[in-house]
Design a protein around this ligand. Structure first.
Ligand code: GDP
Ligand code: CA
Length: 336
């Protein structure tokens, strides 16, 4: 069996641990198509937070307590930068992590596409699944806020170039909105800059068209899954693939379990509920994403028009619990 998973960072990584364990037991192969919308360049280094979360977690090198970055991390470079007064101080770059970004940036500057760079980094981490970035092209998630809010936060003192581009509103990189402002500035909308012209990375279309099943991880629907779907070739491959597409809800009983996905959903006018997110993904038969939608037992009974809805416990407390989720998802889609 060939399982393809659409994933963001931490939620995607935890889910993939369960998919990998399930796949090992039944001798299936797993391909993860990972969001690149969070990627950002800082200090000249290309940083890919979601790819790194998946790679470190599946490779056993993640910090379990903190939830992101490397285990046994040290922060000397960050301290030295601060001593020079060089920011941004809101983005934590650990010393071990920096080695990943240096290696990646050197390879990118030499002309290798991100998909090949990812493969090279995975030589070390051996994640046990094939990891492919959604696209090799630059696609960045930007958050549109009002010019007044931007001025309040000291982001602009007068008309800026991004304000001109966004019709008087202000655009900031998703990482700045999320990490620096803790999603605290009202978002008007999200823009996946570069997505329209982007192409799926090599292997992505094949992984979608040749899969026996496509799973949508319980990742942030607005800023992890949507930027993957914003790559036109991925959207069309999903619509034409013969594999059932099964989503797993990242929202349980009206709350996003961990993190701040509720703030992203509010910005696009989607209710923070399993029904809201399932409805926003929509039925594949109506041009949407899903054939089946797995929700937590708390949310059993919800309805998403045109989509088979099933329930199971969706707390990824440990690997066994996550494997059970994966099995329930495959059952919901009629795969097993
Ligand atoms: P990020 O890119 O690092 O923000 O991670 P993802 O987008 O892949 O996943 C974040 C989402 O995972 C959060 O918005 C939560 O809704 C969801 N999530 C986290 N833990 C759990 C869990 O145990 N169960 C479920 N169902 N969802 C979870
Ligand atoms: Ca992310």
């Amino acid at each position: 069996m060939r399982i393809t998973v659409i994933a963001g960072g931490i939620g995607g990584a935890r889910f993939l641990q369960g998919v990998r364990a399930y796949a090992r037991a039944v001798d299936a192969s797993v391909t993860a198509i990972v969001n690149v919308g969070d990627d950002v360049t800082l200090h000249g280094l290309r940083i890919c937070p979601d790819l790194d979360s998946v790679m470190y977690t599946l490779g056993g090198g993640n910090d379990v307590e903190r939830g992101w970055g490397r285990a046994k991390e040290t922060w000397t470079v960050k301290e030295e930068l601060a001593a020079y007064g060089v920011g941004p101080e809101w983005f934590g770059l650990g010393d071990r992590d920096i080695a990943t970004h240096l290696t990646r940036t050197v390879m990118l500057n030499a002309g290798y596409p991100l998909s090949q760079v990812t493969q090279a980094l995975c030589q070390r981490w051996q994640p046990g699944v094939t990891m492919i970035p959604a696209t090799d092209d630059a696609v960045e998630t930007h958050v549109i806020i009002s010019a007044a809010d931007a001025a309040d936060q000291g982001l602009v003192t007068s008309a800026s170039a991004t304000a001109a581009l966004e019709g008087g509103d202000y655009a900031l990189h998703f990482q700045e909105w999320w990490v620096r402002f803790r999603a605290g500035i009202p978002a008007k909308r999200f823009v996946f800059v570069g997505a329209d012209a982007s192409k799926p990375a090599p292997g992505v279309e094949d992984a979608l068209l040749g899969a026996d099943v496509v799973l949508v991880a319980p990742s942030n629907p607005v800023v992890s899954v949507a930027p993957v779907l914003a790559v036109p070739g991925i959207r069309s491959a999903l619509l034409t693939s013969r594999a059932p597409v099964i989503g797993v809800s990242p929202v349980i009983g009206g709350a996003p379990v961990r993190g701040m996905a509720d703030k992203c959903l509010a910005a696009i006018g989607v209710e923070c509920s399993a029904a809201g997110v399932g409805g926003a993904y929509g039925a594949r038969s109506a041009g949407g994403l899903l054939d089946a939608w797995l929700v937590d037992t708390t949310d059993a009974g919800i309805v998403v028009p045109g989509v088979t809805v099933r329930s199971a416990p969706l707390w990824m407390t440990d690997e066994d619990a996550t494997v059970a989720m994966v099995r329930a998802a495959l059952t919901a889609g009629g795969v097993v």
